[in-house]
Design a protein around this ligand. Structure first.
Ligand code: AR6
Length: 180
């Protein structure tokens, strides 16, 4: 893959904690201190060094927490990747309904991944679980934002890793609409 040919985006069913990519994106919360869903799975699989790094980030860079739509990288502890990129999706259940905030998560996460030197990145369906966004809308924002990013030139793989048939179908449908 050369720099002039951005990578195809791919969607797979699976568990993001087992992905052999350089960086996985975590659908975190503002506290950066763990939670349920993908966040819980990533922290469990990564082990305590990830939480320690997140606590240090809170102390040094984000005393008020990581803002919605931003992203920050840490190491990955025991995960089979090098970095975890933590981002905070908008919480629809709390009235955060602006799709631009969701787009910002995907764009900021890509930028942070490229900044640390990742060439392959796996994303979950940010905000499509506990934060209550419709999977179709998440698929649209994810595929359109990542697919339209200049940062793709720096990457060899971008993979959406989805839980469940409905989520996979939503992403596959948006990906095929894009390439049609
Ligand atoms: N691999 C891939 N996808 C997963 C996995 C996994 N291991 N586990 C869940 N999903 P969510 P959010 C899917 O709730 O909506 C946490 O408590 C899941 O089916 O993880 O952004 C944080 O700390 C759904 O499609 O993230 C925050 O407080 C998608 O990942 C809050 O949840 C996202 O679901 C963030 O909520």
């Amino acid at each position: 893959m050369t720099a002039s040919q951005p990578p195809p985006l791919e969607a797979v069913a699976g568990d993001i904690t087992t992905q052999r990519v350089d960086a996985v994106v975590n659908a975190a919360n503002t506290s950066l201190l763990g939670g349920g869903g993908v966040d819980g799975a990533i922290h469990r699989a990564a082990g305590p060094s990830l939480l320690a790094e997140c606590q240090e980030l809170r102390r040094t860079r984000y005393p008020a927490g990581l803002p919605v739509g931003e992203a920050v990288a840490t190491g990955a502890g025991d995960l089979p990747c090098r970095w975890v990129i933590h981002t905070v999706g908008p919480n629809r259940r709390a009235g955060q309904t602006d799709p631009a905030m969701l787009a910002s998560c995907f764009e900021s996460s890509l930028r942070e991944a490229v900044r640390v030197g990742a060439r392959s990145v796996a994303f979950p369906a940010i905000s499509a679980g506990i934060y209550g966004w419709d999977i179709e809308e998440v698929a649209r924002m994810a595929v359109d934002t990542v697919g339209g990013s200049d940062l793709l030139d720096h990457l060899s793989t971008v993979r959406f890793v989805l839980f469940g048939r409905e989520a996979l179908a939503a992403f596959e449908s948006r990906l095929s609409a894009r390439s049609a």
